[in-house]
Design a protein around this ligand. Structure first.
Ligand code: HPA
Ligand code: MG
Length: 219
């Protein structure tokens, strides 16, 4: 396939309005807080299955997954599950270890300046390993660049980045993400473990937050 197509993933155009909420089910308590279903859960799953195949093709026989919490937990868990299923069905097993790192850089819908690595900063288990960083969303890439630098200090054998979403923002990250699920316009999205001040992680579709939602859960 065309390499440029593969690199960008599924490209969602600026004028995509999403699907009407009435066409899907979602937690009733979010009724006024989201505008539309932007990427339905089933489509996310189908795309994650495809990303699992790319990972299988690129990694030899062992894989150390570094899941970026909290937003990456659904993507990571589904991706690893698909990798396991692919292994069973093709008799090519990837010995997989999953580790977690917690980062925080957003307050409300704004990126804060500093990158905070919360929890274990000692990633010495990465030495000599083939590492896949699994992150829900990459926009300017500032966070990812900082994390990559940190990871490199532990001298892994190789590092790849899987981003479920890459956001088209001014100064967007070029070529940071090896496996992209979807390239999306510059909207603040929630669901599938992506939050707004810790809300909406219990929503399975990826949705666009409404002004009402932004006000209601502002801190
Ligand atoms: N949604 C949730 N968290 C985020 C986003 C977003 O659009 N961008 C960066 N962190
Ligand atoms: Mg967040």
């Amino acid at each position: 396939m065309d390499n440029a197509v593969m690199k960008r993933g599924i490209v969602i155009k600026d004028d995509w309005p999403g699907y009407s909420l009435d066409l899907f089910t979602y937690p009733e308590h979010y009724h006024e807080d989201i505008e539309s279903v932007y990427i339905p859960h089933g489509v996310i799953m189908d795309r994650v299955e495809r990303l699992a195949r790319y990972v299988m093709d690129d990694f030899g026989d062992n894989l150390t997954v570094l899941c970026v919490l909290k937003g990456g937990y659904k993507f990571c868990s589904d991706l690893v599950e698909f990798i396991k299923v692919l292994g069973r069905n093709s008799n090519k097993y990837l010995e997989t270890r999953v580790e977690f790192i917690r980062l925080k850089s957003y307050l409300n819908d704004q990126s804060t300046e500093e990158l905070h690595i919360i929890g274990s900063r000692d990633l010495s288990f990465l030495r000599g390993k083939s590492v896949l960083i699994v992150e829900a969303i990459v926009d300017t890439g500032k966070t990812m660049k900082a994390l990559l630098q940190h990871v490199e200090t532990f001298e892994p054998k190789m590092v790849k980045v899987a981003g479920l979403l890459v956001k088209r923002v001014p100064n967007m990250a070029e070529n940071l993400t090896d496996y992209v699920g979807f390239e999306i316009p510059n909207h603040f999205v929630v669901g599938y473990a992506l939050d707004y001040n810790e809300y909406f992680r219990d929503l399975n579709h990826i949705c666009v937050i409404s002004e009402t939602g932004k006000m209601k859960y502002k801190v």
